[in-house]
Design a protein around this ligand. Sequence first.
Ligand SMILES: [Zn+2]
Length: 695
Amino acid sequence: MTQANYPSANGGNPFFEDWSGPFGVPPFGRIAPEHFPPAFDRAFAEHNAEVAAIAADPSTPAFDNTIAALELSGRPLARVSDVFSALSSAHTNDALLKIERDIAPRRARHWSGILLNEPLFRRIDAIHRDRDRLDLTAEQKRVLERYHVMFTRAGAALGAEARERLAAINERLATLGTAFSQNVLADEQAYTLVLDSEEDLAGLPDFVRAAARTAAADRGLTGKHVITLSRSSVEPFLQFSARRDLREKIFRAWIARGDTGSRTDNKAIIAEMLALRAEYARLLGYPTYAHFRLDDAMAKTPPAVRGLLDRVWAPARRRALADRDDMQELVRKDGGNFELAAWDWRYYAEKLRKLRCDVDEAAIKPYLQLHHIIEAAFYTAYRLFGLSFERRHDIETWHPDVQVYDVRGPDGSHRGLFFGDYFARPSKRSGAWMTTLRDQEKLAGDIRPLVVNVMNFSKGGDSQPTLLSYDDARTLFHEFGHGLHALLSDVTYPMISGTNVLTDWVELPSQLYEHWFERPEILERFALHYRSGRPMPDDLIKRLLAARTFNQGFMTVEYVASALVDLDLHLEAAPKDFDINVFEEAALGRIGMPAEIVMRHRPTHFAHIFAGGGYASAYYSYMWSEVLDADAFAAFEETGDIFHPATARALQDNVYGAGGSRDPAELYTAFRGRLPTPDALLRKRGLAEPAPQPG
Ligand SMILES: [Zn+2]
């Protein structure tokens, strides 16, 4: 391909230039939506030319001329894709949404073309067959294995007809996944609960009011209060609002995302996606999509997943029902003449928490200032891994709220950049995530990663600091744990760099990191009151930590129900005339879902499994990883030092720094000396003992 095909090529498209600013960061200030289509066009063409040359190489297939060559190919495509997905998630607009709809199926077609390239697969297969006779390092062997698995699972070994069908399915799934996610975003953007009077604000503490004023100002409603469908806006409202009618109103809107019967409804999309996924798995010789998906996971099979979820479900459900009965009692004592409903749970749970644990969210939140919690996450990384973080103001970003840090290792050397994008805004998708603008590797030089954390915290209003809920603060540590997985990555090949690992392993570094937040050593130092600057009193810390297992029945039920429905959906061998709402009701009926609890993610807005396929049949991964993280943190506790240097070293070598360089079971065993059991998880969630008797 020549530049002549692209008349705008020399017209200042930043994707056609070397990025010469500090650390090679994308020049966000100059990137405009119209730069993406020509950049994608050229990147696809260049990548195709590179791959064609590798496939047609007349020399004998070898690791270097095939696998390493593939690893080095497609760099411009990675560059434009990484920037595009960062922007289209964290700061999108109509132009980007439109490009996303065009690009998603084209990108799928592009990758199908490569993964289903027959001569290319013949080369990979030949090297793979020869692997024990070749002089490969352990890491090279693993990379080769991952390539072989990736091509085989894409259908490279199948006949031409099946390959064509797989490519068509992939392309269609990409279009549907994009539509799904844009529909959820549209439903979230379309809805606001405007609170007009003091009566509407009944029960809301200052921090909820301040955040609601900011959300109103963002929408040109200065002086009013607005609650949005973002989790960090709606959850505190449900927790504190004394207005049962308003709680019901927003709760119904929240759980109806993607299920409104309007233009943005996701039900037909889900039916089509499930049918296509089932067909995809069948073409590859698996009975269902779940079997296909889990075959390349640490869990391996659907029964292994169900075994873990079932083991947790029964005690969690018992605990949730006992809590429900206690809350119903509170309703009666309050003089309420109604049955506890789903929109009441968080409100009465908050009252129950005050009674049982003598601790309430409104008392905790003033101590959890965003900037101190960020410092706490950095401090933990310093104590464990010797990392230091220096704020930089000379790095371009996509939004003025984004904070950039230069990350340095114990020897002072540059390890990467960390971008923190913490505040909710209308242009951002809901949820919290970590992504990269560039992965660590040593193949194309000593490349240091550019790591991004995105959250949706409600920004503190009226020149007040941003205060986090306990959950928000834990989420910050979670995403930062993912960030460290990318920042500490120390491998040669991009294929296995950082978080490029199996889905049920990827949540270990993130969930494990949450444990440090929940320790007195960290809270005493960083939970400082935003007015007095005083640390959280010991006694409050004690009560807070004792309260950690409070409401775990609800949280476990909410999560496990989502995981079980996800598994069931993908165990359908041939879903036809599929009605997702009927299926959801039946699946929840089978497990005895309490009527007062709604799944953490109902299918019509379950982005993990339908906005792209990331967690399809793999939402269980969080709990699978939790078995690992609970057991892994116990390794520190057993030493009596949560920063125990030798244990931290082993953790860095085998988990945070290791990427996907070895099989997860092997990595875990190298760290811990054995595989984990679910015991530590059940203890952590307070579900190990029999549930207390109601009444
Ligand atoms: Zn995560």
